[in-house]
Ligand binder design. Structure first.
Ligand code: NDP
Length: 600
């Protein structure tokens, strides 16, 4: 497994042409307004984010009580935090969640075709604890949502949960947190864990005239089955006489388009940047394999997947799918000895050649599958693998062979240019439709704490957001901050990202659970890093980040690189496996004293 895949033999002319094509395609798509091209689904557009599943008449009286921990967010991050705090021995754990139940992104997203895009056996957390083996290699959304609810039951997290509730303020007061909510609660908690913002809030492109459109519209994360008919399994009979537009061609659209293509009278897919679409090959889980699993299988498998996709050495690729095979092709499976032997320049060149080769294969797949050469050309992605989230489907490209489906390229116009009462406009062309579905994604990695929407006041009335604005985001390991005792954050800040984000969140939750367990063992009441520890972590992040920053800067725009402006992104560059090892060693060594210094 540690041998380098054969390096493709591309001529200098071809390499130069590919580099130039990538540059040109990136330039075509860069918008001066960057992230400001999107608007939050709120105010006038708030209905795009309304909860179609919860009871609109739900009421309850305000809570004035004391719990051991409040967890903000009931998605996989919050559920893992709840489970790990339970394992740490906490009794009263209150998850506060805006939605009507657990599930987070899997609560909101129920669009037709919804499936896990990472193998479910490594994506779903706490499988062994709950006693579940996913039924499919890539599980449908409903099975995932049911698993989230099962975690809630297994760890008795429903008992104290508050649904349909938003936290509006966190304030440190006299040795504990005061948590205020939009239902007038004022709870007190020893610990607070914030875990929202991963794929939280739908975003809309600020396309002029959007409010004048008189047809039907909705966002994929609030699928309107009352209008379309059918279910996440398809059968959208309400679209049989409808002309439908889908805006966006990211990971969500890849799953939605085949269903709408099958059922709508007419479908126009408005594309700005094509996704890379690799094979999916979904299949039911072999029951004999499920029966053969031994305790510890889940952690072993998920660590193995993480190692493979981030270039760590493994003896066997357990998941063996298009994610991991791409990692092999891209030469990520290479021993550090070989990397060191080659030197950085030769290594980077080899990596680029392997990347060109991988993308050439994906472009060739488009050509093989899509009948119309002009459409096939538009569907070819011209950027490096991993610039955008890779996607996988055995139905998406095929949908463009249907006579009722058309692709509209918007790349030279910065996207859909404007709406009229009945149509969407791109260049000189107008497309009259009955319904517009926004598959335009989410605010990613923007927790309410990070954005300042949730005011946080720590020791001595210190305001977290003002503190970070003046001196930059400061954390130890992305998890806790000086001046804000017993406050923990899960998410993407100052740690190591991975394509399997549920795994990242669970590792953070395990970390928080073990730190709290140790604090309780030692009788330490306040868990809080020293400013020096934060400083040292900021320096580690700074010194390991640049490699990815350069890669991002050359990528086509998208949320992975902050719409082409990658400056703000700072992560731990040695990868998630190294990060998790670092945390483990820190917890079991002297490191943990950095946050447990005060036994008072
Ligand atoms: P994305 O942000 O990935 O995609 C949004 C799409 O909308 C892009 O194609 C974007 O084009 C397009 N777009 C935005 N504005 C315009 C405009 N004005 N005109 C035309 N097109 C526009 O959102 P998704 O919902 O697809 O995916 C978000 C993330 O959710 C994924 O990356 C993945 O992490 C996760 N996901 C996970 C799944 C799973 O199974 N685990 C399944 C689905 C999603 P452009 O690229 O040019 O910006």
């Amino acid at each position: 497994m540690s041998t380098l895949p054969p390096i493709p033999d591309l001529g200098d002319d071809e390499i130069a042409a590919l580099r130039e094509r990538y540059r040109v395609e990136r330039e075509r798509r860069i918008r001066p307004d960057g992230s400001a091209q999107y608007r939050r689904a709120q105010g006038r557009f708030g209905y795009y984010a309304e909860d179609p599943y919860a009871d609109p008449d739900f009421t309850r009286g305000p809570l004035r009580d004391r719990v051991d921990a409040v967890v903000l967010g009931g998605g996989f991050g919050g559920l893992c935090a709840g489970a790990r705090l339970r394992q740490a021995g906490l009794e009263r754990i209150r998850i506060v969640e805006k939605g009507g139940d657990f599930g987070g992104t899997w609560y909101w997203n129920r669009y037709p075709g919804i499936h896990c895009d990472i193998e479910s056996h490594v994506y779903l957390p706490l499988l062994e604890e709950v006693g579940h083996v996913p039924k499919w290699k890539y599980a449908p959304g409903e099975e995932i949502r049911q698993h989230a609810m099962a975690i809630g039951r297994t760890f008795d997290l429903y008992r104290d949960a508050c649904f349909q509730t938003g936290i509006v303020e966190l304030r440190w007061d006299d040795g504990e947190w005061v948590v205020r909510t939009d239902r007038d609660d004022e709870m007190r908690a020893t610990y607070v864990v914030v875990s929202n913002g991963t794929l939280d809030h739908p975003k809309l492109p600020a396309i002029p005239g959007i409010e004048t459109f008189t047809g039907h519209t909705f966002h994929t994360s609030r699928w309107d089955y009352a209008y379309t008919g059918g279910s996440p399994d398809g059968g959208l009979s309400g679209l049989a006489d409808k002309r439908v537009a889908i805006i966006g061609t990211g990971a969500t659209a890849i799953q939605v388009v085949p269903h709408v293509a099958r059922d709508a009278a007419q479908l126009h897919v408005f594309q700005r940047t094509p996704s890379s679409v690799d094979v999916r090959d979904n299949r039911p889980t072999d029951p004999r394999w499920a029966d053969s699993l031994r305790p510890g299988w889940h952690a072993r498998r998920r660590e193995n997947f993480q190692a493979v996709v981030t270039g760590e050495h493994v003896d066997e690729d357990l998941v063996d799918d298009a994610w991991t095979r791409s990692a092999h092709v891209l030469g990520k499976i290479i021993s550090s000895d070989a990397r060191a032997d080659w030197g950085p320049e030769a290594w980077e060149r080899a990596e680029e050649l392997l990347d060109f080769d991988k993308m050439n294969r994906l472009r060739a797949r488009v050509e093989r599958v899509v009948d119309d050469p002009a459409t096939a050309d538009l569907l070819k992605p011209w950027y490096r693998y991993g610039c955008k989230r890779p996607t996988f489907s055995d139905e998406y490209l095929q949908a463009f062979n249907r006579p009722n489906v058309a692709l509209v390229d918007t790349a030279d116009h910065g996207g859909v240019e404007r709406f009229t009462e009945r149509s969407l406009v791109v260049g000189d062309a107008e497309y009259e439709v009955d319904c517009v579905i926004f598959a335009t994604g989410f605010e990613v990695g923007k927790s309410d704490v990070l954005t300042g929407r949730l005011p946080v006041r720590g020791r001595d009335g210190r305001n977290l957001q003002q503190h970070w604005r003046s001196s930059g985001v400061r954390t130890l390991h992305g998890v806790c901050s000086s001046g804000f005792p017993n406050l923990f954050q899960l998410g993407s800040v100052q740690n190591a990202p991975s394509v399997n984000f549920a795994h990242v969140l669970d590792e953070q939750a395990i970390h928080v659970g073990e730190v709290i367990a140790e604090a309780r063992r030692r009788g330490v009441e306040r868990v809080e890093p020293t400013p020096e520890a934060e400083e040292a972590w900021a320096a580690t992040i700074e010194s390991t980040s640049p490699e990815r920053a350069r890669f991002d800067a050359e990528c086509t725009p998208g949320y992975y690189n902050n719409e082409g402006d990658a400056r703000g992104r700072r992560t731990y560059g040695r990868g998630p496996a190294a990060f998790q090892r670092l945390l483990r060693e820190w917890r079991t060594g002297d490191g943990i004293d950095e946050v447990l210094g005060d036994a008072g």
